[in-house]
Design a protein around this ligand. Structure first.
Ligand code: HEC
Length: 124
C-alpha cells in the first residue's frame, strides 16, 4: 500500500513536470485542445474561414479587409513571415487587433496557429 502511494506521488510529480514544459510552449494543451497533426487545410483554414474570410476573402478583401487577401496562400505567408499575422491575432498593442472589432480567437485556435507557424507555415 505504501509503495503504491509513493509510486502515485512520483508519477504525479513526473507528469507535473512534463505538463509544465508543454504548458509554457503551448498554453492550451491541457484544455482538450487537439493539437496533433496540425496542417494548414485541416486545422488553420477552418479557423480563417470562420474568423477572417468575412473580410479577408478573395471576394471581400479589397472592400473590407484592408486589401489583404488571406485566402491567397502567398499573401498569407507574407503576412506570417513579416510577423503581422501572429501579432494581430494575439492582440499585440503595437498592431491592429484581429479579428477587427471582434473577440480575440480562442486559445486553442491561437495555439494551433502558433504550432503551424513554428513548423514553417506550410501550405499542407
Ligand atoms: C470585420 C472585418 C475583418 C475581420 C473579420 C478580420 N480583419 Fe484583418 N483587417 C481588416 C481591415 C479593415 C484591415 C486593415 C487595417 C484597418 O483598417 O484596420 C485588416 C488588417 C489585417 C492585417 C494587417 C495588420 C497589420 O498590422 O499590418 C492582418 C495581419 C489581419 N488583418 C489579419 C486578420 C486575421 C488573421 C483575421 C482573423 C483572425 C482577421 N484579420 C479578421 C478587417 C478584418
Amino acid at each position: 500500500m505504501k509503495k503504491l502511494l509513493i509510486f502515485a506521488l512520483v508519477a504525479g510529480f513526473l507528469a507535473g513536470c512534463y505538463y509544465d514544459n508543454e504548458e509554457t510552449l503551448y498554453p492550451s494543451l491541457d484544455k482538450g485542445c487537439d493539437t496533433t497533426g496540425v496542417t494548414f487545410s485541416k486545422s488553420i483554414q477552418p479557423i480563417l474561414q470562420t474568423n477572417c474570410y468575412g473580410c479577408h476573402s478573395i471576394k471581400d478583401y479589397a472592400s473590407m479587409g484592408g486589401n489583404l487577401n488571406l485566402e491567397d496562400y502567398t499573401t498569407l505567408k507574407r503576412a506570417v513571415d513579416d510577423g503581422h499575422f501572429y501579432l494581430a491575432i494575439i492582440h499585440d498593442p503595437a498592431h491592429i487587433p484581429m479579428p477587427k472589432d471582434g473577440a480575440k480567437l480562442d486559445t486553442c485556435s491561437i495555439t494551433k496557429i502558433k504550432i503551424w507557424i513554428d513548423h514553417g507555415a506550410l501550405n499542407n
